[in-house]
Design a protein around this ligand. Structure first.
Ligand code: SR1
Length: 350
């Protein structure tokens, strides 16, 4: 199967599945229940953010799983614009999507159009946006566990008395969940002092966060640890520390991982010492599988979790890991998830 991307309107890029190879035939997927026994089931993936490694890898995983299922996956690019995301949901309904995966977003801006979709019998899956509806399965990366992995490493490396910078923007479900763990770690360790809080989510998150982090470091030279639980935040903090010549005085603990992140973490003198992460391509594939299973009428859990792993700078350097593919070879569980699958669903190729 090959994919081509067509621009339909300024707002919509559509990935069109061209049926070619087994097990997907022109008639659909062999041994699959309806509607996947016939090809071309339309599923829409509507993102709030598309920029950055995490979201690109998430989409790539979704495309790969859709391809394996013979699905016609329509991808609507996110531009951090709630009004546009609402409009895209309406467009997906009008384009005949049978299921919609919503990747991040602002719940209050989406609930009525999501209800319109549900009322038309369209299945909805939410990734990292709390749509708070029992009919909508919620996919997440176990953000509490993810934050705990990174922060326990920070405590192990730095003890329980340090001044910290914290990168956070409220209103994003995964960041809010990670924040709950940060608040608990501070409450349990009174010597961990949050000296400054900053962060921006935009189409230039890393550079905007770097500008803020520079100002924070200049004003707070006692900061030795930064909790930056989003890789774009961590990149920004690393850039700031490097530009200011303080990379040897600061340690950064983050979330997420990509090949570019691995290179930044492992380069000589990098202050980015650990990250807790899933493989975002796996999360994208799981989101599509949840939509597909719903369409067959099979039961889907309300909360679907992809478990993260802790990855340290030391482990990466010692194992000579330079890419996500290397990492997957060292940690096989990183590239697979048994969440929401069935014997008839072919594996996605990453
Ligand atoms: C702005 S929210 C960014 C986070 O979303 C996903 O959960 C990624 O892990 C990323 O850290």
């Amino acid at each position: 199967m090959a994919f081509r991307f067509e621009k339909l309107t300024p707002h919509i890029a559509v990935a069109v599945g061209l049926l070619a190879s087994s097990p997907v035939s022109a008639g659909g997927l062999s041994n699959a229940p309806a509607p996947f026994d016939k090809g071309g089931v339309k599923i829409a993936l509507i993102s709030y953010i598309s920029a950055g490694d995490f979201f690109q890898a998430y989409q790539a995983g979704a495309v790969s799983q859709a391809k394996a299922l013979g699905v016609d996956l329509q991808i609507f690019p996110g531009r951090q614009n709630a009004a546009e995301q609402r409009e895209q949901i309406v467009q997906a309904i009008n384009l005949g999507a049978k299921a919609i995966v919503i990747d991040h977003g602002q719940p209050e801006a989406l609930s009525d159009v999501v209800q319109q979709a549900l009322d038309k019998g369209i299945k909805v899956v939410a990734f990292d946006v709390n749509l708070s509806n029992p009919e909508i399965p919620q996919v997440e990366q176990s953000d509490h566990r993810l934050a705990d992995l990174a922060l326990q490493q920070a405590l192990k490396d730095n003890g329980t008395n340090f001044k910290a910078g914290y990168a956070y923007v409220a209103g994003f479900a995964p960041l809010d969940r990670r924040n709950e763990v940060w608040e608990k770690v501070k409450a349990d360790n009174k010597g961990v002092i949050e000296t400054a809080r900053f962060g921006t989510v935009s189409d230039t998150t890393a550079t905007a966060t770097a500008d803020q982090a520079k100002a924070v470091f200049r004003a707070n030279p006692s900061i030795t640890v930064v909790f930056a639980p989003y890789d774009e935040f961590a990149r920004g903090v690393k850039l700031a520390a490097t530009d200011l010549g303080i990379a040897d005085k600061v340690k950064i603990y983050s979330a997420d991982i990509s090949t570019a992140d691995i290179q930044e973490i492992t380069e000589p003198g990098s202050p980015w010492v650990a990250t807790a992460a899933t493989n975002p391509a796996v999360v994208g594939a799981v989101s599509i599988r949840a939509a597909a299973l719903q369409l067959t009428g099979e039961p889907v859990p309300h909360r679907i979790v992809v478990e993260p792993v802790l990855v340290t700078q030391q482990q990466l350097r010692e194992a000579g890991v330079t890419t996500i593919e290397d990492l997957a070879k060292k940690i096989p569980a990183f590239s697979t998830s048994t969440a929401v699958t069935a014997s008839w669903i072919p594996s996605a190729a990453f």
